[in-house]
Design a binder for this molecule. Structure first.
Ligand SMILES: [Zn+2]
Length: 200
């Protein structure tokens, strides 16, 4: 098939497909939308992207996103440092923060165990987390990895690793989403919800 767009546009569209969930069709739509925008606005957007990338790092303590060495949560003295919530990605920190239900600190794994993809305990540097939990007066570790195969495998690995340390290890409850109907909830979710039921 003959090439429809210029090399430059084809290249730009291809670069958009590296975003999660963006296929060739969406990339095409995004680029064509961009071309209709004011030039100054597009330059501003490109500048913001480059600046965000250049100035954002992973926190030296918890791997959360930060513009400094240590993130604002690790730096906050009012946070309870004896409770660590383990999550897979920085966006999960944002979600738990938005819930307003947690006043401890975090540890971001930047992934989950996935042997098929070659991601083992060493790639995730789990020894670093285990060492930190073992020596820093941590009383409870809350495992908030995703409820899929990789997230569960990661949580189970950490449960075993924390056992000899005598630290209380908990897993966030999983169950029926608020606002949904029982009849639409899948079987596994309903099983988990029943297992994790609480007295009322
Ligand atoms: Zn941090």
């Amino acid at each position: 098939m003959a090439q429809i767009y210029s090399d430059r546009l084809e290249k730009l569209m291809k670069s958009f497909t590296q975003f999660p969930g963006i296929g060739a069709k969406s990339a095409e739509r995004m680029v064509l939308h961009l071309l209709k925008q004011d030039r100054v606005r597009v330059e501003e957007m490109a500048r913001l992207m480059a600046e965000a990338r250049a100035n954002t790092f992973f926190c030296e303590r918890c791997n959360n996103l930060t513009e400094k060495k240590i993130c604002h949560i690790c730096e906050d003295d009012s946070r309870d440092r004896s409770t660590i919530c383990v999550v897979e990605e920085p966006k999960d920190v944002a979600s738990v923060e938005r819930s307003g239900a947690f006043r401890g600190v975090y540890y971001v794994l930047l992934g989950a165990l996935s042997p098929l993809d070659g991601i083992g305990p060493r790639e995730l540097r789990l020894d670093r987390l285990i060492k930190h939990v073992g020596k820093s007066g941590v009383k409870e570790v809350i495992l908030a990895t995703n409820p899929n195969a990789e997230g569960e495998a990661t949580a189970m690995y950490l449960v075993e690793a924390f056992k000899p340390l005598g630290v209380k290890t908990t897993r966030i409850a999983q169950g029926v989403p608020v606002g949904s109907h029982i009849e639409y909830v899948d079987q596994v979710t309903l099983q988990r919800a029943l297992e994790g039921r609480t007295a009322v």
